[in-house]
Design a binder for this molecule. Structure first.
Ligand SMILES: Cc1cc2nc3c(=O)[nH]c(=O)nc-3n(C[C@H](O)[C@H](O)[C@H](O)COP(=O)(O)O)c2cc1C
Length: 218
């Protein structure tokens, strides 16, 4: 309880930013996201690309976890994971998802919603090849989100894979790869004094359509 109170008071005293001037905001939320991501990097936000990803199963029961944003472009926001994990299975049945960034040091939040699609296999191959060998080995042996009997078993599997692929490239497991979230909703939130926060919402009704911009009450 104490620690919760402490966190709240840190937030209250946080940097409140300059506020959102809609006139200065890009017409395209991806461009605006790029500016805010650059700000986050410049202001040395810790793990600026760590993002909460919410999915829901076929019955609508939600589930959230952090992933690392690997890239973003007009197509959407991409991340890598195991296609057979809980999130992978949920996305197979219901590809609606949401991402939330929180950049505490800037008192900013970005909320994104849309549909998720798998990246082409060549892109997953290219990214897998670029990863450190140890990460490739763990992707190979981890049956993400399945029950693990004990830690030793995981380490033994990693050692065995290491031995097996000693002199050759580690192949990308078929169930490991990327997704991108194609947004139809992006909202920028800037914390301000006295809780008179700024919110700017971008929505579109067609995948290639133009964006409608609205201010929202905090
Ligand atoms: C900072 C941070 C970064 C993470 N990045 C990833 C990631 O990029 N991909 C991934 O599959 N899991 C990542 N994880 C682990 C996930 O939060 C989660 O435990 C895992 O993906 C299994 O989730 P699921 O059972 O809902 O599928 C990360 C966790 C943290 C705390």
């Amino acid at each position: 309880m104490n620690s919760v109170r402490r966190t709240t008071s840190i937030l209250r005293n946080e940097y409140h930013g300059a506020g959102i001037d809609p006139g200065d905001f890009a017409e395209d939320p991806i461009l605006q996201f790029e500016r805010w991501m650059e700000d986050a990097i410049t202001h040395k936000v810790r793990e600026p690309n760590a993002v909460h990803l919410a999915t829901a199963d076929a019955e609508g029961r939600p589930s959230g976890r952090i992933v690392l944003l690997r890239d973003f472009s007009e197509r959407g926001f991409s991340f890598f994971t195991n296609y057979s994990s809980r999130k992978g299975e949920e996305l197979d049945r219901n590809n609606h998802a949401a991402m939330t960034f929180f950049w505490n040091e800037l008192y900013r939040q970005v909320r994104i919603r849309g549909k998720v699609f798998r990246l082409p296999a060549e892109e997953s191959d290219a990214y897998f090849r670029s990863r450190p060998r140890q990460s490739q080995i763990s992707a190979l042996v981890s049956q993400q989100s399945r029950e693990l009997e004990n830690r030793e078993m995981l380490e033994r599997m990693a050692d065995e894979a290491e031995e097996k692929y000693r002199d050759r490239p580690v192949p990308r497991p078929e169930e490991w790869g990327g997704y991108y979230l194609a947004p139809d909703y992006v909202e920028f939130w800037q914390g301000r004094e006295h809780r008179l926060h700024d919110r700017l919402q971008y929505t579109r009704t067609a995948p290639e359509g133009g964006w409608t911009i609205r201010l929202l009450y905090p």
